[in-house]
Design a protein around this ligand. Structure first.
Ligand SMILES: [Zn+2]
Length: 181
């Protein structure tokens, strides 16, 4: 897992590399097994959602920023993974509705996240949606922050363990619902 600049030229069938220069090594990832696990999972996801010769600049920025945080900071890794997944899925075109209920458009009592309706639902509408997950206010705020924040400020928040658990569950299920199926 290192970021570099590569000079390549096109041969008859393959690309040939003439030089390469390392820009960032993310050294601490290779000295900590937990960090390495999360970084590997993130790298696998990035491989799955990107294609060769496709402009993926925004995804690259998210990826590099995430590797930097994993390597250099001591953040809760479950929180990093959940935040990463939510941001990535938004970049890929599945930005959830985070202002109002996806059903009745109410901005009050948003207590659920609906996997099928792609976003928040109010207490009444969420209660009858089998794909919706109940969330606390702290989770709602964390989701809003993740969606709205610029990539360079994405990881500058901390939340209690129980909110991390909810965020982790929602991001995992929403990601699987949109990407893996
Ligand atoms: Zn509603």
């Amino acid at each position: 897992m290192c970021f570099g600049e590569y000079m390549i030229y096109k041969g008859s069938n393959l690309y040939n590399m003439s030089s390469c220069e390392t820009i960032e090594l993310f050294y601490n990832i290779r000295t900590d097994l937990d960090k390495l696990n999360i970084a590997s999972e993130i790298t696998k996801i990035i491989n799955d959602v990107t294609n060769e010769n496709q402009n993926s600049y925004k995804i690259l920025r998210l990826y590099l920023n995430t590797l930097y945080i994993i390597s250099e900071k001591e953040k809760n890794l479950k929180l990093v993974l959940a935040t990463f997944k939510l941001k990535l899925i938004s970049i890929l075109g599945f930005m959830p509705e985070i202002k109002k209920c996806t059903e009745c458009k109410s901005e009050e009592n948003l207590r659920y996240f609906s996997l099928k309706s792609n976003g928040f639902k109010c207490e009444t509408c969420g209660a009858v949606d089998k794909s919706s997950i109940k969330m606390q206010n702290g989770t709602k705020d964390a989701i809003r922050y993740t969606i709205l924040s610029p990539i360079e400020k994405l990881y500058s928040f901390n939340i209690p363990e129980e909110i991390i658990r909810e965020l982790d569950l929602i991001s995992k299920l929403y990601f699987n619902e949109k990407i893996e199926n």
